[in-house]
Design a protein around this ligand. Structure first.
Ligand code: AMP
Ligand code: GLY
Length: 396
């Protein structure tokens, strides 16, 4: 019997290309497909057109290629119930169902989960009514953070230094529809000062494994300047999250979260991405939960797994993860993202891309917003490529 896996990867970004590469390197994998994929993924694996938020179409595609395992990259299909539909169809799936995905799809629901389970986070209130929200601004200290509760592709968070900016943010969401229905409920929360760390926890029901802490560079410009992006680069391990910090994170955040999943009947199987703010004393608070790998964090974390990442993903999906058996390389990894001119504003598309014929050892190029135009590769998204390097230390 052939127990090697046919894997289907859902998504088309750098994260999904990195997942595809990891699967192809794995001795457990017999074939890997993607939907819809990008220019790089298309040259390396069969890619299928798909509306990734359509559960019925995704199940049909998985069946048509006899997929043994589906890995869902982005949050939108998770929030749309694609993982639930795949599991109902008997297909092993990495990524939480709707009950878990709501933690990213609704910031209000996520903050309520934190409060129910005593997880440290910024003080918050939620609003759907304009006048009530504006009145609340009389009682807060500035800066304050105004967030669209729903999915907003990383753009729905506004840090407001003073009352006029906060009023404008509240009006843009509740009155002017700036984020569509995602902004019809808002969260107004305390501003947290400190250093951010991204922690990816691979969860398999009651068991879990923490990948090394990483840091993501959000601003477009060098020296942390300019507007926020999806992430212009990342590195791991993030040394500011040392063992003492991680002990606090485990006891005050991870354990209560997993206990919360149990108490609420959420059988979570996938990545829980914990966005953490560390204050000056190294005390962590949760900024947010995402229900998927970070992009570009994923691109530096998979190469640091000495244990086959596909084995971890398969075991999480099947609920058979053995945390003690997971080994992480004692190396460092770093990614620099190349973006299209104009990004994160309106950007050019269709630029021709010439890749170098050979790369230094331990360096690889991951595709994000690329597509094939006949034989040639052109840009097709804001974040176009990522260059990943792995070495014994970050300095190297
Ligand atoms: P979120 O999508 O909630 O993680 O917010 C996106 C980004 O906004 C975070 O990665 C932080 O850089 C920033 N942010 C969110 N909430 C806060 C907060 N309460 N205090 C300071 N910065 C925040
Ligand atoms: N890089 C941050 C994110 O994936 O949300």
């Amino acid at each position: 019997m052939n127990d090697k896996l046919t894997v289907l990867i859902i998504g088309s970004g750098g994260r999904e290309h990195a997942l595809l590469r990891a699967c192809q390197k794995s001795p457990l994998c017999s074939a890997v497909h993607a939907a819809p994929g990008n220019g790089g993924m298309q040259t390396e694996a069969p890619c299928h057109p798909l509306d990734i938020e359509d559960p019925v179409a995704t199940v049909a595609l998985a069946r048509s290629i006899n997929a043994d395992l589906v890995i869902i990259g982005p949050e939108a299909p998770l929030a749309a119930g694609v993982a639930d539909a795949l599991r109902e169809a008997g297909i092993s799936t990495y990524g939480p169902g709707r009950a878990g995905a709501v933690l990213e799809a609704s910031k209000a629901a996520c903050k309520a989960f934190f409060d129910r389970h005593g997880i440290p986070t910024a003080k918050w209130e939620t609003f759907t009514d304009l006048d009530t929200a504006l009145a609340h601004l009389d009682s807060v200290d500035f800066p304050v953070v105004v967030k669209a509760s729903g999915l907003a592709a990383g753009k729905g968070v506004i840090i407001c230094g003073d009352r006029p900016v906060a009023e404008e943010a509240v009006r843009s969401m509740l009155l002017d529809n700036a984020f569509g229905t995602s902004g019809h409920q808002i969260v107004i929360e305390e501003f947290l000062d400190g250093q951010e760390v991204s922690l990816m926890v691979m969860v398999s029901g009651d068991n879990h494994v923490c990948l090394p802490p990483s840091q993501d560079h959000k601003r477009i410009g060098d020296g942390d300047t300019g507007p926020n992006t999806g992430g212009m680069g990342a590195f791991a391990p993030a040394l500011i999250a040392d063992e003492a910090v991680m002990r606090i994170v485990r006891t005050t955040i991870i354990e209560p979260t997993l206990a919360g999943f149990r108490a609420e009947g959420i059988d979570y199987r996938g990545t829980l991405f914990i966005g953490i703010m560390l204050d000056r004393r190294g005390q962590p608070k949760v900024l947010e939960f995402n229900v998927r790998f970070g992009d570009p964090e994923c691109q530096v974390l998979l190469p640091l797994c000495e244990t086959d990442p596909l084995a971890l993903i398969r075991d999480c999906a099947n609920g058979t993860l053995q945390p003690d058996e997971v080994r992480i390389r004692q190396d460092a990894a770093l990614i620099v993202v190349l973006a299209a001119k104009g990004y994160p504003g309106p950007y050019t598309k269709g630029d021709h891309i010439q890749l170098p014929a050979c790369l230094p050892p331990s360096v690889e190029i991951i595709h994000a917003g690329t597509r094939l135009d006949g034989e040639s590769l052109v840009s097709a998204g804001g974040r176009v490529l990522g260059v990943v390097a792995i070495a014994p230390s970050l300095a190297e």
